[in-house]
Design a protein around this ligand. Structure first.
Ligand code: SF4
Length: 71
């Protein structure tokens, strides 16, 4: 049976302080607006991006990023 689940990126925009750490570690998944607030380029990134996305969640100083597993 297929057990792999897709990771979904969830952003709490009001917590984003525009530090840009996420963009630095996962530039394929995150970008920033002109005012610094994060833009999610790919809310359901491919598996090869998972490590970078997890890293982005870990380094985000505003704790604005979360991941959820969508079946
Ligand atoms: S690392 Fe966090 S606070 Fe910084 S831009 Fe990304 S989401 Fe916003």
């Amino acid at each position: 049976m297929e057990t792999s689940s897709k990771l979904k990126v969830i952003v709490e925009y009001e917590k984003c302080c525009g530090a840009g750490q996420c963009v630095m570690v996962a530039p394929k998944v995150f970008d920033q607006r002109e005012d610094g607030i994060v833009i999610v380029l790919d809310a359901e990134p491919p598996e090869e991006e998972y490590a970078a996305v997890r890293e982005a969640v870990a380094v985000c100083p505003g704790a604005a990023l979360r991941l959820s597993d969508s079946a």
